[in-house]
Design a protein around this ligand. Structure first.
Ligand code: FMN
Length: 136
């Protein structure tokens, strides 16, 4: 098992419609592939956490990195994990956050996973919180 976390910027021509399409695709595909984590879309930036089987996450990230819908991908975290931190959240359903109301849900959830046994939990909370601070 592993987790990868990254940030990136929208590519220039990204329309609202193509973002909606992307979110639908991501949610559906990740649930089928047992990839957990989250995608935050704010201020023309993406912030994503992916967790799952090592080969699956690496293959997926290689694809994502080359996707022309975004640019300037910066990997923030790439580590092996004992288990998927996001597995117990909302039955492990992959979640995308775009509206501010949803961010509040995210903070409530973070308060809960602070007690998770899996090591990168606090690091992931820190990275996500920093991203949200820069994109209020
Ligand atoms: C910001 C961003 C995040 C993405 N996240 C995922 C993801 O979590 N899961 C996924 O299957 N595809 C994701 N994609 C889409 C992939 O890059 C790729 O288009 C998709 O997996 C279809 O690949 P395929 O045509 O080779 O099957 C993302 C794309 C972007 C731009």
């Amino acid at each position: 098992m592993k987790t990868i976390c990254y940030v990136s910027n929208f590519s220039k021509n990204l329309t609202k419609e193509s973002i909606d399409n992307l979110i639908n695709l991501v949610d559906t595909r990740n649930n089928v592939n047992d990839i957990t984590g989250l995608l935050i879309v704010r201020n023309k930036q993406f912030f994503q956490i992916l967790e799952g089987r090592k080969a699956k996450v690496d293959t997926l990230f290689n694809k994502i990195e080359k996707d022309s819908r975004h640019k300037g991908v910066i990997k923030l975290l790439d580590v092996e994990i004992d288990g998927q931190i996001f597995k117990d959240y909302n039955s492990g359903k992959f979640e995308t956050f775009q509206k501010y109301a949803n961010m509040k849900k995210l903070y409530l959830y973070f308060n809960w996973i602070k007690n998770a046994e899996y090591l990168p939990a606090n690091e992931i909370i820190q990275l996500t919180t920093n991203f949200l601070k820069q994109n209020p």
